[in-house]
Design a protein around this ligand. Structure first.
Ligand code: ARG
Length: 288
């Protein structure tokens, strides 16, 4: 008798303790099932760490408060909201940014990263989210009118970018006339100071810098021989689960107009004609 009632007491006590706990947590969940190993609990919300080289306005930069802001940031935030994932942006130097991804220190890289065949060997990419092309910045009294004119000049680039690749191809691997900088704004400052004759970098960044530094007396020179580029969000090779989530989120923000809103905020008008198509390539060839 005594034994039975004790057990019964414990059962009741156990139950009410459980419900007390539920009340305390403020959760309206059904009573917890028996603790069997099979039932997978909802995984704790994981925060995806997004690396970005935040010296690349208007795509990513730091405001006066030190917050990382820009087109890329808003695109990834919108994608994350659709995909139901949490993201945190961490300023990461461009040199070594893909290493940080490979090492697992970053889950994604959003940094105006051009999708290239070479990079695809070691990195996975989301679907493209932006069309770009190289552009030349020179002083406004420069005689440069096309890319080939840079052959005999000193040219500034950001190390390891597609601009670096293009200039290396033109001037040769061992050329001492190529000045490599750790950021694109540093290369442009050197142009202003007269240390280089030209800078080659992504059109969006050059246009933004020239517009915001009228004192620098720059002009831009386009060349249709620069190949069309497309930005993608870089994801660790093999992480197909995250890649699928990001691609789904990207498709969603393109479908519901939120991508166009972000685009218009930074670039004025919605992306009607892809930059790749304007660059004289037939539309079909642009999406290789
Ligand atoms: N689009 C170029 C590339 O992928 C330059 C990107 C540089 N991005 C940056 N945030 N610094 O090589």
């Amino acid at each position: 008798m005594t034994l039975l009632s004790t057990r019964r007491f414990l059962q009741i006590a156990g139950l009410s303790a459980a419900s007390l706990l539920l009340v305390a947590c403020g959760k309206k969940e059904p009573p917890a099932p028996a603790p069997v190993a099979s039932a997978p609990a909802a995984a704790p919300a994981r925060v995806y760490v997004v690396g970005t080289d935040a010296a690349y306005a208007p795509f990513e930069s730091q405001n006066e408060k030190g917050e990382i802001v820009g087109f890329d940031i808003e695109v990834v935030q919108a994608i994350a909201a659709k995909a139901g994932i949490e993201v945190k942006f961490v300023n990461t130097p461009w040199e070594g940014i893909f290493n940080a991804l490979a090492q697992g220190d970053r889950d994604m890289i959003v940094s105006a990263v051009t999708i290239t065949e070479e990079r695809k060997a070691t990195i996975d990419f989301s679907n493209p989210y932006f069309d770009a092309q190289q552009l030349i910045a020179v002083k406004d009294n420069s005689k440069v009118s096309k890319f080939a004119d840079l052959k005999k000049l000193k040219v500034g680039v950001q190390t390891g970018t597609t601009g670096d690749e293009a200039v290396t191809k033109l001037l040769g691997k061992t050329s001492a006339a190529i000045k490599r900088f750790e950021s694109t704004p540093l290369a442009l400052k050197e142009l202003e100071a007269g240390g280089v004759d030209a800078v080659v970098a992504d059109n969006g960044v050059i246009i933004h810098y020239v517009a915001n530094n009228p004192g620098g007396k720059f002009k831009t020179v386009a060349d249709k021989d620069f190949v069309p580029e497309q930005y993608g969000i870089a994801i660790k090779k093999g992480n197909t689960e995250l890649q699928a989530k990001v691609n789904k989120g990207l498709a969603d923000i393109k479908a519901d107009g939120s991508y166009d809103k972000i685009f218009a905020k930074y670039f004025g008008a919605p992306p009607t004609v892809p930059a790749a198509a304007t660059a004289a390539a037939p539309a079909s060839a642009a999406s290789k």
